[in-house]
Write a protein of this length. Structure first.
Length: 199
C-alpha cells in the first residue's frame, strides 16, 4: 500500500439490519470493502451475503463459528472451522468461486501451525494494522476518533471494523467523510486473476 491508502475490512457478519445499513452507506459513498464472513452467519442470512457480493465487495472468510482460541485448537478443529466456513459462505452465495482465498483468524489469535495450514490450503492470512475497538461497545464518536488517530499514526494500512455493531454503522459515514477530507484513498483488494472489475 502507498501512503494515504486504507483497506476497509469488516469481520463477523452478516447480521441485519446493521450489515444492510453499512452496505447502504458504502454504496452512497462509492466505497468497496473486504468482508470476512462467519460461515454460520452467512448461512443464517444468505440474502445479505449475496447482496455484499452483488454490490462488488470482496468476500473472504472468518471461520464457521468464530472460536476465539484458534491458536490453541487441534489441527483437525482448525481444519473443520476453516473448511466449513468456506463451504458455508460459498453455499450462501450460491457460488463457491465467489469466495476469495482470504482468511482472517478470529480474534487475530495467530499460531505458526494455523498459518502453515492456511498457506498450504492456498489461503492468504489477513491481519489488521489498526482495529478501531468497535467490539468494545464504545460510542460511534470514539470509534471514529480511535480509527483516525491510528490511521494518522501509520499513514496507511488495513482498518478492522465489525458491521454487526450498531455503533460502527453510526460511525461509518463520518469516518468515510473524514478519511476523504484528510486525503486518504480507500483501496479495494481483489484476488489475483479474478475476472472482476477492480474499483
Amino acid at each position: 500500500l502507498a501512503d494515504k491508502e486504507v483497506v476497509l475490512t469488516f469481520d463477523d457478519g452478516p447480521l441485519p439490519p446493521y450489515s444492510t445499513r453499512a452496505l447502504d452507506i458504502l454504496a452512497h459513498e462509492c466505497v468497496k470493502a473486504t468482508y470476512f464472513l462467519v460461515g454460520s452467519m452467512a448461512r443464517a442470512y444468505p440474502d445479505v451475503a449475496r447482496r455484499i457480493y452483488a454490490e462488488g465487495h470482496t468476500i473472504g472468510t472468518h471461520s464457521q463459528n468464530h472460536p476465539m482460541v484458534f491458536n490453541r485448537m487441534s489441527p483437525d478443529r482448525v481444519q473443520n472451522e476453516v473448511e466449513n466456513g468456506i463451504n458455508s459462505v460459498g453455499a450462501a452465495l450460491g457460488n463457491p468461486k465467489a469466495v476469495a482465498p482470504f482468511f482472517r483468524i478470529p480474534g487475530l489469535a495467530r499460531a505458526n501451525s494455523v498459518e502453515s495450514y492456511l498457506h498450504e490450503r492456498g489461503l492468504m492470512t489477513w491481519s489488521a494494522d489498526f482495529p478501531a475497538d468497535d467490539w468494545k461497545h464504545i460510542q460511534a464518536s470514539e470509534i471514529v476518533n480511535r480509527a483516525l488517530r491510528r490511521i494518522e499514526a501509520k499513514g496507511r494500512g488495513i482498518l478492522l471494523l465489525h458491521d454487526i455493531q450498531p455503533a460502527t454503522v453510526l460511525a461509518l459515514p463520518t469516518l468515510l467523510r473524514e478519511l476523504k477530507a484528510r486525503g486518504y484513498h480507500i483501496v479495494h483488494i481483489v484476488p489475483a486473476g479474478a475476472n472482476r472489475v477492480k474499483t
